[in-house]
Design a protein. Structure first.
Ligand code: SAM
Length: 231
């Protein structure tokens, strides 16, 4: 039987569409100059975290950082933790590389590859302290719902990679997706809603994101969810 990670024809269902072009000169330059230093090239094998970072400390992972402003902010605010951002959007990778280099951050690295494959292969079980998925593509049309990142098998996969007590923070500006997130998260055995059963996080601790600002301009609401892995 096909899982949500693959279609009936065995072609994987992607939660993103790569759009060609659109790299600015400075993003291209940052990719050329800083890729080797701050991007971890994808390989379908567990990361050796002690060779990626100079300190062995808390690991925070953001899936789908977009242009990376909020991830950069979090990494600057919390130099005692290590951060890995995963995204496939090259302009965002270029923009984030500019920020990492400008602040000479040693605690933030990027993986530019499909997060489903990265989560499957690159992280050992019980290795992540906090995982964020902020404003994933909402795929509003019914025929595209299968492309949504937050589905039960993906959440089961990431849950395995969390340490006991680790937190998962999700946010969306799309109510129907928030409800789907809540249903999937509440149904995942090893996760507990930190806000109480079926409750959203009303005053989330996180920077505002670019996609969130866009949603607000369009009059959308915002829903945050905070779950932790049962210890
Ligand atoms: C709607 S944007 C939100 C970006 C950012 N979190 C924000 O709030 O501004 C979603 C991002 O997730 C990325 N994305 C979607 N599916 C992904 C996947 N499977 N692997 C890696 N990145 C993915 C997209 O490239 C895009 O940058």
């Amino acid at each position: 039987m096909a899982t949500q990670l693959e279609s009936d024809s065995k072609r994987p269902i992607r939660s993103y569409v790569i759009r060609a072009g659109r790299l600015t000169v400075s993003q291209r330059r940052a990719i050329d100059l800083y890729w080797q230093r701050y991007v971890i090239d994808y390989a379908a094998e567990p990361l050796q975290l002690d060779s990626v970072f100079s300190t062995n400390t808390k690991l925070i992972v953001e899936i789908g950082f977009g242009m990376g402003d909020s991830l950069l902010h979090m990494a600057r605010q919390d130099p005692a933790s290590n951060f890995i951002g995963i995204d496939v959007h090259r302009p965002g990778v270029g923009k984030l590389l500019q920020g990492i280099a400008a602040h000479e951050l040693g605690n933030l690295k990027i993986i530019c590859h499909d997060a489903k494959e990265v989560m499957q292969h690159c992280f050992c079980a019980q290795s992540i302290d906090r995982l964020l998925i902020l404003f994933p593509d909402p795929w509003p049309k019914k025929r595209h719902h299968k492309r949504r990142l937050v589905q039960s098998d993906f959440i089961a996969l990431i849950t395995k990679k969390l340490k006991a007590g680790a937190e998962v923070h999700l946010a969306t500006d799309w109510q129907a997706y928030a409800e789907q997130m809540m249903e999937v998260m509440e149904a995942t055995d090893e996760l507990t809603n930190q806000m109480g059963s079926a409750q959203y996080w009303q005053e989330p601790h996180r920077p505002q994101t670019k996609f969130e600002r866009r949603g607000m301009r369009l009059g959308h609401g915002v829903w945050d969810l905070l779950f932790s892995k049962v210890g």
